[in-house]
Each structure stands twice: as structure tokens, then as C-alpha cells.
Design a protein around this ligand. Structure first.
Ligand code: F6R
Length: 264
């Protein structure tokens, strides 16, 4: 696991974008990117849009797969992740909308929609780089505590904590759906690279648990300790509880040139 401690949210976004761009350049134009919704990756998406505007990256032929979707929100619902991905990823990054997929939380047969989603990822050749946020309870995707560490895309019940955390996007807690379709932890672990970005003091406990705690389904993101190409990008506030912070800083400052992220 590489842990990169950044001065603030903007630097975290720029370094997350740099990691995505590095993998995209290595893989080539048909790169497959796993995308997260929520607040955490927004600076990274802006930084990627900046690289594209500057002619330093082209994602016009890339494919993207979202991590999750609420159950029961119709197409075009302003709080649906379909809509969030369209507004924050597909349009600003110039992706071809026909190559961007989000789980179908409005399908009449959700179990089939989940299986179809797994097949679609495999048919695309698998995810080259997965962008992740982390919930204050350690979830990645919507894999809530006690999720199987080898789970696949499926229906999950959201915890009250997650519903409370996400009510800011809705009119109130009652409007937040209770269920979702989410890629499983096993699905996420199949991505060839993962980059998780977490900022703010409210993420410090989760960051500590997933980076330095034991691997446990109680902190689902801790499964990333088993991933061979995982990068964790945090700001100072989210890094506050890390015991080995000085070591991560020293490691990053002394990386040989060939291991450095290109400046975004
Ligand atoms: C979003 C997702 C979630 C979020 C997490 C953090 O697609 O899968 O795991 O990344 O809930 O949300 P924010 O970034 O809003 O704090």
C-alpha cells in the first residue's frame, strides 16, 4: 500500500488525478476506469478535466464503470448516481456516454442487473484503475461493515450512518434510499490498480483502520491491504490518526524518479 499525505484537498485531488493519468497513459486510449461518486473524488475529476483541457490526456475512447447506485431512483433522478456520474465524470472528462456504465438500481430484476454488471466489467477487459472514496464507517463502494471480503455486485442495505452521511444530497433523511446495488469487495479487488482518496478529519478514523488496522469486514476498506497496487491519498486532516505518518512522508519524499507520480 502506498500512502500519500497531501497538504490539502486540492493537492490530494491533483495527486489522485496524476495516478489515474499515469495508469491511463500506460494502458492506452481504451483504458477502463472505475469511478466513484460522492464528494471525495470531485477535486480529482476537476484535475483530470484540467489535464484533458491542456491536451495532456485524452479519455475519449476510455470506458468507465461506476461503483454503485441507489435502488428505486428512476433514470434522470437528480440524486441518482447515474446523474452524478453524468455531471461530474462523463461530461467534464469528455467520455463517450455509451462507454459509461452505472449499476441499474431501477431494474425490475435487481439480482439479474447485478449479474449483468459483473459480466459487463469482464467483457470490457476488467478495470485498469479504480477510484475510491471511503465512508466514515470504512465502506468502499456501498460495502457496509460485515460485507463479505470476496463479495460481488449485489443488493445491499445501507447502514443508518451512511444514510445520515448522504442526506446532505437529499431533502432529508426520509428521502435517502435504504438499498443500493454495489460492486462487491471482490469486484473492487479485481481492479488492476486502486486509488482511494480521503480528506477531512471525519475520515481520520476510517483511514487509520483501513491502512493500519487488522483486515476485517468491520472496516471493509481494510481489504485493500491485500491489493498489490493500492494507493491511498489523504490530506493532513484525514491522516491525523496514522501512526506511521512520518514513515509515509519520508517514503514519498525519497521515491526514485521512476516511481514518482508525474506532476498533474
Ligand atoms: C460512492 C461510494 C462511496 C463513497 C463514500 C464516501 O460511489 O461508493 O463509498 O465514496 O461514501 O463519500 P464522500 O466522498 O461523499 O464522503
Amino acid at each position: 500500500m502506498d500512502v500519500i499525505i497531501c497538504s490539502d484537498q486540492d493537492q490530494a485531488g491533483a495527486r489522485t488525478a496524476a495516478k489515474v493519468a499515469q495508469v491511463a497513459r500506460q494502458v492506452g486510449p481504451r483504458v477502463v476506469i472505475g469511478v466513484a461518486t460522492g464528494s471525495s473524488p470531485l477535486q480529482a475529476y476537476s484535475a483530470l478535466a484540467g489535464l484533458i483541457a491542456a491536451g495532456r490526456l485524452d479519455l475519449g475512447q476510455a470506458s468507465a464503470f461506476a461503483l454503485d447506485e441507489y435502488v428505486g431512483l428512476p433514470w434522470g433522478h437528480p440524486q441518482s448516481y447515474h446523474e452524478a456520474i453524468r455531471q461530474t465524470v462523463t461530461e467534464p472528462l469528455g467520455l463517450d456516454p455509451t462507454r459509461v456504465q452505472v449499476p441499474n438500481g431501477f431494474a425490475p430484476d435487481l439480482a439479474q442487473a447485478a449479474r449483468d454488471y459483473e459480466h459487463a466489467i469482464v467483457d470490457a477487459g476488467g478495470v485498469d484503475i479504480q477510484i475510491l472514496g471511503v465512508g466514515s464507517n470504512g465502506h468502499i463502494g456501498f460495502n457496509e461493515p460485515t460485507s463479505s471480503l470476496s463479495s460481488r455486485t449485489r443488493i445491499k442495505t445501507l447502514t443508518e450512518q451512511t444514510r445520515i452521511d448522504n442526506q446532505r444530497f437529499f431533502g432529508g433523511l426520509e428521502e435517502v434510499p435504504r438499498h443500493c446495488l454495489t460492486q462487491g469487495l471482490g469486484t473492487i479487488m479485481d481492479a488492476r490498480h486502486v486509488v482511494l482518496v480521503a480528506t477531512g478529519g471525519h475520515k481520520a478514523r476510517a483511514v487509520k483502520a483501513i491502512v493500519e488496522g487488522p483486515i476485517t469486514a468491520m472496516w471493509p476498506g481494510s481489504v485493500l491491504q491485500l491489493h498489490r497496487q493500492a494507493t491511498i491519498v489523504v490530506d493532513e486532516a484525514a491522516a491525523a490518526d496514522l501512526e506511521l505518518a512520518a514513515y509515509y512522508r519520508k517514503m514519498y519524499d525519497n521515491l526514485p524518479d521512476w516511481q514518482r507520480l508525474p506532476l498533474a
